[in-house]
Ligand binder design. Structure first.
Ligand SMILES: Nc1ncnc2c1ncn2[C@@H]1O[C@H](COP(=O)(O)OP(=O)(O)OP(=O)(O)O)[C@@H](O)[C@H]1O
Ligand SMILES: [Mg+2]
Length: 274
């Protein structure tokens, strides 16, 4: 179930095939200000295991800020955040100290940014970028690190003959695959994707989307996907949350929202894409 303060579809938000499980992710009242600007305004959401929640909205609506809070990079001004996972269930992750928060971030959450510079060290080798997560998590065997990097890069359909090249010499699509491999290296329970295919050529975008879709299906991954591209959202998301000026204006099943939008803002977004 997904809750939103000003929500037209409150009665239709259950994800019926999943309701017997507790939500993997539950966030309530997330609020973030920058100076006088309210970037995210009292946003609450729940995501069930194996579910993909799409977040759409025009530029500046607060999508990336929301995702940064879910990745524990950004401390909200208000709100709580729990992940229903062994060892941390029921704990407000924003209340953890720096060390514990970093452990959760590294071991339980994977992230792919639109801009690979945010997610990768461009001068390290690609395999080194992937292995770094395991290194920080305590793995010290070179062979194990190398094998894990190879496995993760392979799952992301990265060409393994390029694994010792640094991201700066790779194409945009390959850089996104390195980010994805890094995100998957620790087999995280939650994957956060911020415009993972924006800026790629259309044909490359389709291949990266195919990889994401396959991985989601095979690993039953729980994903929060931010995109302003409704085609990407439709391809991957089970449910959609529409943001405007930091607030959720509408939320529901993807087909409902995209085929029969109720809120005028969503109608405008959907029709702009036709
Ligand atoms: N670090 C920051 N410092 C100051 N203001 C910020 C910061 N990050 C975001 N903002 C502001 O918060 C608002 C929401 O920004 P955010 O990047 O979350 O939007 P977005 O929906 O991801 O937009 P886009 O589709 O362009 O990526 C914007 O007004 C932005 O200028
Ligand atoms: Mg953004």
């Amino acid at each position: 179930m997904l809750m939103a303060s000003s929500n037209h579809r409150a009665a239709r938000l259950d994800a019926p095939r999943l309701v017997q499980h507790p939500p993997l992710l539950r966030a309530t009242g997330l609020t973030k200000r920058y100076g006088g600007r309210l970037a995210v305004d009292n946003v609450s959401l729940e995501v069930y295991p194996g579910e993909v929640l799409g977040v759409v909205g025009e530029s500046g609506s607060g999508k990336s800020t929301l995702l940064r809070m879910l990745n524990l990079e950004e401390q909200p001004d208000a709100g709580t955040y729990t992940l229903h996972l062994d060892g941390i269930a029921g704990q407000d992750l924003f209340a953890l100290d720096r060390f514990d928060r970093r452990q959760v971030q590294i071991q339980r959450i994977g992230v792919v940014y639109q801009n690979p510079h945010l997610g990768l060290r461009m001068r390290f080798t690609s395999s080194g970028n992937v292995a770094e997560r395991l290194l920080i998590a305590g793995e010290r065997s070179f062979e194990t690190l190398r094998a894990a990097a190879r496995e993760s890069l392979s799952a992301s359909e990265f060409p393994l003959d390029r694994m010792d090249d640094p991201p700066r010499v790779l194409s945009g699509g390959m850089q996104q695959r390195v980010q994805l491999a890094k995100a998957l290296a620790m087999k995280p329970a939650l994957l956060l994707l911020d415009e993972p295919t924006t800026g790629l050529d259309v044909s490359i975008q389709a291949t990266v989307l195919d990889t994401l879709k396959r991985l989601q299906r095979e690993r039953e991954m729980t994903i929060v996907l931010v995109s302003h591209d409704l085609g990407v959202i439709r391809t991957l998301s089970d449910r959609v949350m529409v943001m405007r000026y930091g607030q959720v204006v509408e939320a529901g099943l993807t087909d409902q929202i995209l085929d029969d939008p109720q809120h005028p803002y969503t109608q405008q977004l959907v029709h702009a894409k036709l």
